[in-house]
Design a protein around this ligand. Structure first.
Ligand code: ZN
Length: 107
């Protein structure tokens, strides 16, 4: 079967929606055997952004430092934007999870 191109109905994580500033990472299409993260609607408290993916996508991610632990923040750029938070990791664990999110192994 031929591969189907990314269309409007495709994976929202890889859909390009806005002009790309071309400076940040772009997560790749999710793999079929991905790890499903446990998304919550609120963070553990105030947080600081450590890394982020490109905001040209419908969905972007941030690696955040939050009350001594690390989480991943997912933003779906709807109106209003939808926010979700996963994890409560050490920096080492969070960096590994961040890598998996970028490479489509976890979402
Ligand atoms: Zn971009």
């Amino acid at each position: 079967m031929p591969a189907t191109p990314d269309t409007q109905s495709g994976d929202p994580d890889t859909r390009v929606t806005w002009p790309c500033p071309g400076v940040s990472a772009h997560p790749v299409r999710v793999t079929s055997k991905r790890l499903a993260l446990d998304w919550e609607s609120v963070p553990q408290g105030r947080y600081r952004v450590t890394e982020h993916t490109c905001s040209c996508r419908m969905v972007f991610y941030e690696l955040i430092s939050c009350g001594g632990t690390y989480m991943i923040h997912r933003v779906i750029q709807n109106r209003p934007p939808e926010h979700a938070f996963a994890g409560r990791w050490t920096l080492r664990e969070a960096r590994e999870m961040w890598r998996q999110v970028l490479t489509g192994q976890a979402r």
